[in-house]
Design a protein around this ligand. Structure first.
Ligand code: HAM
Length: 435
């Protein structure tokens, strides 16, 4: 209608095409066609977690790098190899958050939730960043939905957090998952166990992979996560952490299991589950999904009783978990769980000719002001092309205005589903559209 700018010369077009940018490796766009799946995960989280006593929190994507070094642990894979850290213009060490637990505890202390009595319960969803080798179910930018409950040492909290995770999975409609549970004990138990494991593995050093040999000295518990088949064979006869538990930790874990059994929650004990982040104490859990391949944990979490004190607060017991949202979507797809797309009535308004297009602009504003969705074309089109577009957008009605309609004060309203149209006075548009 208003003419195009001068066409770019061919050489420029070629250069422009070859320079087209794409996402970084391990980072994906979430396109409009998939948004309803993400909204489904978020809406179920809003519903289930608020029903279980949690309130939503939105924490920043950038944080001081030190926050994660102190909480996740200096000698963990995340901190050693995977954090996206940089120095900003003020010479501060910043990083893109690799997870949310440390940020939530930071926010809990910064905003004095610790002084409010009772347990502070938060839930969140959003992107996390880890520079891992991308593969199915593992991205560099991925999304988590999770909860953190801070302020109780009771095993009732561990059991309630696990039940909340199970409730969420059930509301999503997943079936093919398992719940694995273990206890890593208190820090003293962990240290004792680390020594027992080191003693055991030192005798098998020659059979371990190179990474595990270096883990022996630096962070021996990480050996238990190794996927190498030779290491797995050795690990299968390694001592179990439960033998290093003190009486209180044993009692705590027994109480958690008893409460879960009282709810008929099915779980299995995985004696080698210790988790890759250092802040865990006592209960830890993971939920693998049967259809997911190597990266099969859809959820992981546990208790972290020392983190609040580690980040400067008064000691407070805490438990939480996080689900990987990409993995949840893969799991839902593998179980053929239908996620319906919510649609709303849409009106497509077609203007034939420059004058009619201006009238269309006003009509569209009026329809939208009535709370109904309406769209139109910014460029001139033939009637056939307008109707094709209306069909593609799944419009319920197409309203057509040409010079003839303008002159007679009428409009054509086409019911797109039934392919019938009628000419009506423009004053009757609202009733024809049932607005
Ligand atoms: P995490 O095991 O590191 O724990 O991550 C939790 C979940 O996030 C994993 O089970 C997985 O589903 C997903 N996930 C992790 N890394 C990736 C990745 N690179 N690509 C795709 N999905 C991934 C935590 O982050 C703890 N903050 C959980 C927690 C909360 N513990 C206590 N409170």
């Amino acid at each position: 209608m208003y003419g195009k700018p001068h066409p770019p010369v061919v050489g420029f077009l070629f250069l422009w095409t070859t320079m087209r940018q794409t996402t970084l490796k391990g980072v994906e766009d979430i396109l409009p066609a998939d948004i309803h799946r993400w909204q489904f995960l978020e809406q179920q989280a809003d519903e289930v977690f608020s029903r279980c006593g949690y309130q939503q929190i939105r924490i920043p994507i950038i944080e001081p790098a030190q926050l994660f070094v102190r909480s996740i642990g200096e000698q963990t894979d995340i901190v050693e190899k995977e954090m996206y850290s940089f120095t900003d213009r003020g010479e501060r060490q910043i990083c893109l958050r690799p997870e949310a637990t440390a940020s939530v505890v930071r926010a809990y202390l910064q905003h004095q939730f610790d002084g409010q009595g009772g347990c502070a319960q938060f839930y969140y969803y959003g992107p996390m960043f880890r520079g891992e080798r991308p593969q199915a179910g593992r991205q560099r930018q991925f999304h988590q939905v999770g909860v953190e409950a801070i302020g109780s040492y009771s095993p009732l909290l561990d059991a309630d957090v696990v039940m909340t995770a199970l409730r969420y999975i059930e509301c999503l409609g997943l079936r093919r998952y398992r719940l694995q549970l273990n206890s890593v004990g208190c820090p003293e138990d962990k240290t004792n166990y680390a020594q027992q494991l080191r003693d055991f593995l030192s005798g098998q050093r020659s059979g371990l992979c190179e990474s595990c040999v270096s883990r022996l000295e630096r962070n021996v518990l990480r050996v238990l996560d190794c996927k190498n088949s030779a290491c797995r064979q050795i690990i299968a006869s390694a001592p179990h952490i439960e033998h290093a538990h003190c009486a209180q930790c044993r009692e705590h874990f027994a109480a958690v299991q008893e409460m879960l059994r009282s709810q008929k929650a099915e779980f299995e004990i995985n004696p080698y589950l210790v988790r890759g982040l250092d802040y865990y104490t006592r209960t830890v859990f993971e939920i693998p999904h049967g259809q997911l391949g190597a990266q099969n944990a859809i959820c992981a979490g546990g208790r972290y009783d020392n983190l609040v004190a580690e980040l400067g607060g008064s000691p407070a017991g805490a438990v939480g978990f996080a689900f990987g949202m990409e993995r949840l979507l893969i799991a839902l797809e593998s179980e053929s769980t239908a996620i319906s797309e919510k649609t709303r009535p849409l009106v497509y308004v077609a203007g034939l000719g420059v004058v009619a297009m201006r009238a269309v602009f006003s009509i569209v504003q009026e329809i939208r002001a009535q709370g109904v969705a309406a769209v139109f074309s910014y460029e001139e089109r033939s009637l056939k092309s307008h109707l094709k577009r209306a069909d593609k957008l799944k419009a319920n009605h197409a309203v057509i205005i040409g010079e003839e309609e303008l002159a007679s004060g009428t409009i054509l309203v086409r019911d797109m589903r039934r392919s019938i149209q009628q000419s009506i006075p423009s004053s009757l548009l609202r009733s024809a559209l049932e607005i």
